[in-house]
Design a protein around this ligand. Structure first.
Ligand code: ADP
Ligand code: MG
Length: 663
């Protein structure tokens, strides 16, 4: 249904909403809040110090604005609640002055200090005066929370037909509410109970659809016959014996699994699951070699330009004596260059194409594709699983996924139920463990000294911080703030640059390249550097506000250093007292151990690296909490598919179609 059917939504708003991936009324209704504010209004006399509260009050004196420095002001006035007058301060809301007329009723949100008789407000509202549950949405520039909430309220009234993907008998079995009711409750709950009911339904539905896809793929793989490929195994053994290092036991086992798959009449559909730095790339390279020797083309897809380029370089290096014709295909290449690549691949002048999402372009056709490898598989969605392999002839294409998500085996078997799994647990031995220290912000000079020592040795340093710009309300370090501080600390002698997701792809690539070359000494970034890059000369990782990150993320970040035999270090800077979680990082560099500890300590973990995980981009389900529901959905989906009723139902045909198209 067209968005403009919703009250007050015009073409401009549509554009803004598009930025949130909302294109239809259905999308709008499926745009769930990520949390709720429970507004419980209380009189000022009952307020305890330093707790976030909602207080209903009346403006008692005109508001005055004080300009403190550029972009920084405060607004002061006196308010009255019950029999009590008190001061109110709010920062950076000078624009509210005109609304704060004497005797006007307002709702203050913030903290009160009794001694100073002052209320420091985070926000002031003018239209809410009763207890309620307020949904909070992720926003983008140009749309405020209240406005979005109103659009959704109107959209709910349109009675737009909404698909419920949970089969009726399952709805009954678990007492799930209807989809429409769930949407009503998720956006406009009157009670906590309603939120719970809505969440249960929507989470179950999401996981059911996910497991339906996985089982469908599994079935498809079972049915699809493969090809017995033959190649000279001696040549592969030869290649292995000339590697500059000794392969670990698990690497050898994974390679063995893969070579067997290639030879067998079954189509390979294998996930190589191994921690950061466990050496998955070389496993992929051996697979490419075998596939090449069997006479087929290969493709190797990575989630970022930087990583694709790095693979391109190292693959070229490994294959320099093999006459394998390799090409790089990425989105930033000119149209002409891309077309040349398409042509060469079609003409079978190329044996291996390495690239990014650009490989999914429909213009790319192969002469005889035999192997598809996806690196950092967890960055791509499940819907993309089939896309690349569909570029080959039926049955000819073997598929390998590489992933660094350390998850316990039972979970892996569920989430990746359609794949065979090779685990790479052991890490290359010669490598020195990264020495990890947790430091408070007070000890920052220790960290700077340690950085200085590494820099003097000619090494480089990664610095990571959660934010791009400094934010007055959140007491967090930002990449730009840190650049200023570090420039001062190192007297401007070291070249320091900043990298974050808002930069253009070209700028990011240039910065990475200069860092790789060693021109940049300190690279300060947000978590965008998280994925797979290899910069051997970078020996130190300093993470600010480390408490803000999950252990899985910290582990991935730390994996950027210690990738050769130089001693490497990781400093976790935090200003909270509760560092038990961070201490786990001091204890171990084993991703599986860390993810398990994370579970123990928090009763949950972020082992799935929720944010960056393509398969796990769930709108509402959170596998940290919803594992039980996932297991249930797995069982139900299995049965549902076995019964084959889905085949007559258009709803599920659509889901199946989705698997084969880009999302
Ligand atoms: P990941 O599993 O995180 O993708 P990589 O494949 O990038 O890890 O390997 C990390 C580094 O370890 C690379 O520089 C690679 O050359 C090296 N490496 C891989 N296997 C071994 C091994 N068996 N012994 C020593 N070094 C290895
Ligand atoms: Mg890798």
């Amino acid at each position: 249904m067209n968005l403009e059917l919703v009250n007050k939504i015009g073409p401009r708003t549509v554009k803004t909403l598009n930025k949130l991936n909302i294109f239809t009324v259905e999308d709008l209704l499926n745009y769930y809040p990520y949390k709720y504010n429970f507004i419980h209004i209380m009189p000022i006399e009952e307020v305890k110090d330093d707790v976030l509260v909602y207080v209903r009050a009346i403006v008692f004196s005109d508001a005055k604005v004080q300009y403190i420095k550029r972009n920084f002001n405060r607004l002061n006035f006196v308010a009255n609640s019950g029999n009590q007058n008190f001061k109110v301060t709010i920062f950076n809301r000078a624009f509210l002055k005109q609304h704060l007329v004497v005797n006007k009723e307002i709702l203050l949100i913030g903290k009160y200090n009794q001694v100073k008789n002052t209320f420091v407000a985070n926000d002031i509202k003018f239209n809410v005066f009763s207890d309620r549950i307020e949904p909070i949405y992720h926003l983008t520039e140009g749309v405020k929370n209240g406005v979005l909430s109103n659009y959704i309220e109107d959209a709910l009234k349109l009675n737009c037909p909404i698909d419920d993907f949970v089969p009726e008998d399952i709805n009954l079995k678990y007492n799930l509410i209807s989809k429409m009711e769930a949407l009503q409750f998720i956006h406009q709950p009157r009670t906590v109970e309603e939120v719970k009911k809505a969440k249960l339904k929507l989470i179950y539905e999401e996981l059911f659809v996910y497991m339906f896809k996985i089982h469908y793929l599994k079935l498809l793989n079972k049915k699809s016959l493969g090809l017995e490929k033959t190649f000279l195994e001696d040549k592969v053994q030869d290649f292995l014996s000339f590697l500059p290092f000794k392969l670990t036991e698990d690497q050898l086992l994974a390679i063995n699994d893969i070579l067997n798959d290639i030879k067998s009449p079954k189509r390979m559909n294998r996930l190589v699951l191994g921690d950061v730095g466990s050496g998955k790339t070389i496993i992929a390279i051996v697979a490419i070699l075998a596939n090449y020797l069997a006479g087929y083309q290969s493709t190797f897809m990575a989630p970022t330009e930087i990583l694709a380029k790095q693979h391109y370089e190292s693959v070229n290096n490994y294959f320099k004596d093999y006459g394998i014709r390799i090409v790089l295909l990425t989105g930033i290449m000119s149209k002409k260059a891309k077309e040349k690549v398409y042509e060469d691949i079609k003409q079978r002048k190329i044996d291996l194409v390495i690239g990014t999402h650009a490989l999914l372009n429909e213009k790319l056709e192969f002469a005889n594709l035999g192997l598809v490898i996806t690196d950092e598989q967890h960055r791509f969605g499940v819907n993309q699983r089939n896309l690349l392999q569909n570029k080959g002839k039926v049955g000819e294409v073997d598929v390998i996924y590489l992933s660094a998500t350390p998850i316990p085996r039972t979970y892996a078997l569920t989430i990746y139920g359609d794949l065979d799994i090779s685990n790479v647990k052991t890490k290359p031995k010669m490598r020195k463990e990264v020495i990890t220290r947790v430091k408070s912000e007070k000890e920052i000079t220790d960290v700077l000294k340690a950085m200085y020592e590494e820099l003097c040795l000619g090494h480089q340093v990664f610095v990571v911080s959660p934010l791009i710009e400094t934010n007055e309300e959140l007491d967090l370090n930002s990449v730009n703030g840190l650049k200023e501080k570090m420039t001062v600390a190192f007297s401007g002698k070291m070249r320091i640059e900043v990298l974050h997701g808002k930069l253009k792809q070209k700028e990011k690539d240039e910065l990475m390249e200069e860092f790789q070359k060693g021109d940049i000494k300190i690279l300060i970034s947000t978590t965008v550097i998280e994925v797979g890059i290899d910069i051997p000369n970078a020996t130190m990782m300093v993470i600010f506000n480390a408490e803000r990150f999950g252990l899985a993320t910290l582990h991935q970040l730390r994996g950027r250093v210690g990738r050769n035999d130089l001693q490497s270090y990781c400093y976790l800077v935090s200003n909270t007292n509760d560092n038990a979680r961070l201490k786990v990082m001091e204890e171990s560099t084993d991703g599986f151990y860390i993810s398990e500890k994370d579970f123990e300590l928090r009763g949950q973990g972020d082992l799935f690296g929720i944010k960056q995980s393509g398969d796990m981009i769930f709108k509402i389900a959170d596998l940290r909490h919803d594992m039980k529901i996932l297991m249930q959905a797995k069982e139900d989906a299995e049965k549902f598919i076995a019964d084959e009723v889905y085949k007559e139902n258009a709803l599920y045909k659509n889901i199946i179609d989705e698997i084969n198209f880009l999302d």
